[in-house]
Each structure stands twice: as structure tokens, then as C-alpha cells.
Design a protein around this ligand. Sequence first.
Ligand code: SF4
Length: 56
Amino acid sequence: MSEKHSQCIHCSVESCKHLKPEQGICSLESIQVAPTPMAYSGDPADESMCQSYDCK
Ligand code: SF4
């Protein structure tokens, strides 16, 4: 991707190796968000998840 954005990805998933815990931000330039297998319940926690997650 060559598009430049000033977007900041705030995150608190401490088990992910891309998290900068001191700042509470993701170190990646962009992330992929995808529906979960349990989608369509209407609960935000069921509907989306970060596909760029990598376990430490
Ligand atoms: S990759 Fe996803 S889960 Fe990991 S720090 Fe970035 S936003 Fe958070």
C-alpha cells in the first residue's frame, strides 16, 4: 500500500507482539479487521477481530 494516512491504531491486546504497551498503540502501519465465525449476533465483541494479531 502506498497511501499515506495519519491514522493511529489504539490497542490494548497485550499478548500481541505488535502492541507498544507504553503508548497503547499498534506498531503496524495498517491492520486487517475481519468478521469472526460468530458474526451476526449484533454484539460488537462477536462481530469483528484483528486478523493482524501475532502472539508474542
Ligand atoms: S496487530 Fe491487532 S491486536 Fe496486534 S497490536 Fe495491532 S491492532 Fe492490536
